[in-house]
Design a protein around this ligand. Structure first.
Ligand code: ACO
Length: 329
């Protein structure tokens, strides 16, 4: 008998059909495919259809994860949706999703740790499972960032995309597989570097706030870049040291997909060869809280994972928030 761990038993993802390439964006703002690729590694991103809601794309990803886990929605004890683009401010998108899944009664809530939301959610779910308070938990990262991006601002609109990823975590005491440790951090002094200024209690929506375009993502990208590389590196090493695991033992490093240059800089500082670093930022851009579960689902469905493989997740986002997690597949 092993201690209870939270094991990932199902993954799923959903990417909207419409592809917006860098060449498409060249027609919208003063930019170029070459600039975007050189600075970010992004070639294209997905854009949700007009009638698609965050709860819809969360649903599509969740259904696939539940199917892979081989459980019915009624067996889920808790639903968490990490998002900064909920269907509406409230009710929580997790409750809307719960209803779409045809169930009621289990706990359901949204959480906002910006791009780090999914890993924060997994860590919370891990705590519930280890504490014996839940057996099956659905954790989803789902974002329709195209609706909060200013498509006239070339410094941000080239970077973001839409998508959703989901996992089912299950209590398991039959093996040593599952989440080994989570390492979460935040530093609010950097909050102004990445934010949506209006629409909250600090600046309620007014005609003026709309005219001034204050409901869109505002970001100081180059400042974030430096902090991101430092924090992602430090927290990844923290997770490895905590578990007495060295880089060679990892099967895959799955970082938040914000920018290829950030990922490469972090991987080289940690001492990881490119073949251990999973990236898909070229196809989807930065999908915030959805990026890690989408990447994990791709790795999994490509058949690249075997039982007991060690995976290191590494995330970073607005807040600023960051974190890492080591898991045994
Ligand atoms: N096309 C062409 N030129 C551009 C564009 C564009 N799309 N965007 C900015 N520029 C110009 C700038 O105006 C600037 O011009 P100037 O020198 O005349 O003033 C020049 O390019 C350089 O701008 P920088 O911002 O210094 O460029 P940088 O090399 O830092 O790259 C980028 C910008 C890609 C945003 C980078 O800083 C970055 O990726 N930062 C991290 C952002 C990030 O990851 N945010 C999300 C993390 S948290 C989360 O995921 C929610």
């Amino acid at each position: 008998m092993h201690p209870v761990r939270a094991r990932i038993v199902g993954t799923g993802s959903y990417l909207p059909q419409t592809i917006r390439t860098n060449h498409d964006i060249e027609k919208m703002v003063d930019t170029s495919h070459e600039w975007i690729v050189a600075r970010s590694g992004i070639s294209e991103r997905r854009i949700a259809a007009e009638n698609e809601l965050t709860s819809d794309i969360a649903y599509a990803a969740a259904r696939k994860a539940l199917d892979m886990a081989g459980i019915e929605p009624s067996e889920v004890d808790m639903i968490m949706v990490a998002t900064v683009t909920p269907d509406m401010l409230f009710p929580p998108t997790a409750c809307i999703l719960q209803h779409k899944l045809g169930i009621g009664g289990c706990a359901a809530f949204d959480l906002n740790a910006v791009c780090s939301g999914f890993l924060y959610g997994l860590a919370i779910a891990d705590g519930f499972i280890r504490g014996g308070n839940a057996k099956n938990i659905l954790v989803i990262g789902a974002e329709i960032l195209s609706r909060i991006v200013n498509w006239q601002d070339r410094t941000t609109c080239v970077l973001f995309g839409d998508g959703a990823g989901a996992v089912v975590l299950r209590a398991d005491n039959d093996s040593d597989r599952g989440i080994l440790s989570s390492h979460l951090h935040a530093d609010g002094q950097y909050g102004p570097l990445l934010r949506i200024p209006a629409g909250g209690s600090a600046m309620p929506t007014t005609h003026q706030s709309v005219d001034d375009q204050l409901h869109y993502i505002s970001m100081q990208g180059n400042e974030i870049f430096k902090v991101a590389v430092r924090c992602l590196t430090e927290v990844a090493l923290e997770a490895l040291r905590y578990n007495h695991v060295n880089q060679d033992e990892l099967k895959f490093f799955i970082p938040h997909q914000a920018n290829m240059r950030i990922i490469k800089a972090v991987a080289s500082r940690i001492g990881l060869p490119p073949e251990k670093v999973y990236t898909n930022v070229h196809k989807y851009g930065n999908t915030s809280s959805a990026s890690i579960p989408i990447a994990l689902d791709e790795v999994n469905r490509k058949g690249l994972l075997h039982p007991h493989d060690l995976l290191l997740f590494d995330t970073f986002g607005g807040g600023l928030t960051w974190g890492a997690m080591l898991a045994r597949w």
